[in-house]
Design a protein around this ligand. Structure first.
Ligand code: GLP
Length: 266
């Protein structure tokens, strides 16, 4: 996999990459896996700009979001339905029938998860899965210990994730739902290509573990290393805990071309 450390705006970087991949699409529909979270807000703003300027269209793009809280209705301002509507879908030309977000209000959550897997298959699989990274290395809502073969399912959130996400719930971790629906790590790994983003020092441990640690289900982020076309794009703060030879390679690359992205192979 590639670890790219960039001083440029990660959101702009990712949006330009999505646009380039969409322009080079080899099959219809082009299918995107989409995340939520603070890290990717700039990416959505940049994608809206690209669509507004006629550089990209969502008309024929099919999307699948990674996850959703259980028990939050779509109009709740912390639901991922709400996030996607306000950050992307209100501003682009996506067709409603092409947009898929797990329904955390479904009466039968397991059936909802199975139907989601079937819908991904029916769309021909995901071409490019975008994602963020949790502070504890979680991917989507796959908490530490999730099998790399896991599929879409109900997940109990860890205290650490509820604490991290409480910043969106007025600082009260008890207001963060205890459960979520999430695509599995196996669902993510089935995509043709992965582009994950991590920014800020709060992600530095997870990035360092990815670079130096063993591939382990205790660190879901390390699943990226098992995929043939995975990239983790990080800012210098998220790269600040790198050590050993990876750190040396990073510093050497920076010293020779300080303004360029550093691309490391892990
Ligand atoms: C949540 C989401 C993840 C996301 C993570 C990081 O837990 N379920 O998909 O990657 O938060 O979010 P942020 O970018 O806000 O740090």
């Amino acid at each position: 996999m590639k670890l790219i450390i960039s001083k440029h705006n990660l959101g702009l970087w990712a949006a330009s990459y999505i646009c380039a991949r969409w322009n080079k699409r080899t099959k219809e529909p082009f299918v995107l896996g989409l995340p939520t979270g603070g890290t990717v807000e700039d990416m959505y703003a940049a994608l809206c700009g690209l669509v507004k300027n006629g550089k990209m269209s969502f008309k024929d793009i099919v999307t699948f979001n990674m996850d959703e809280y259980v028990g939050l209705p779509p109009e709740h301002d912390q639901s991922y339905h709400y996030y996607m509507k306000h950050n992307l879908f209100d501003h682009v030309d996506a067709q409603p029938q092409n947009v898929h977000i797990l329904n955390g209000m479904a009466s039968d959550l397991n059936a909802e998860c199975q139907a989601y897997e079937a819908a991904i298959k029916q769309a021909g699989g995901i071409d490019l899965f975008l994602g963020g990274v949790g502070r504890n290395g979680h991917l989507a809502f796959n908490e530490p210990g999730s099998a790399f073969t896991s599929r879409t399912r109900v997940m109990e959130l860890t205290p650490s994730t509820r604490k991290a996400n409480s910043r969106f719930f007025g600082g009260d971790e008890n207001k963060v739902p205890a459960k979520a629906l999430t695509v599995g790590i196996g669902t993510v790994l089935d995509a043709q290509e992965l582009l994950f983003l991590a920014s800020g020092t709060s992600k530095a441990d997870a990035v360092a573990y990815l670079a130096h640690g063993e591939i382990s289900e205790n660190w879901p982020i390390t699943a990226l290393r098992t995929h043939p076309r995975a990239t983790l794009l990080v800012d210098p703060e998220a790269a600040s805990a790198l050590a050993g030879t990876v750190k040396e390679q990073y510093q050497q690359a920076l010293a020779s071309q300080p303004d360029k992205d550093v691309i490391l192979t892990l």
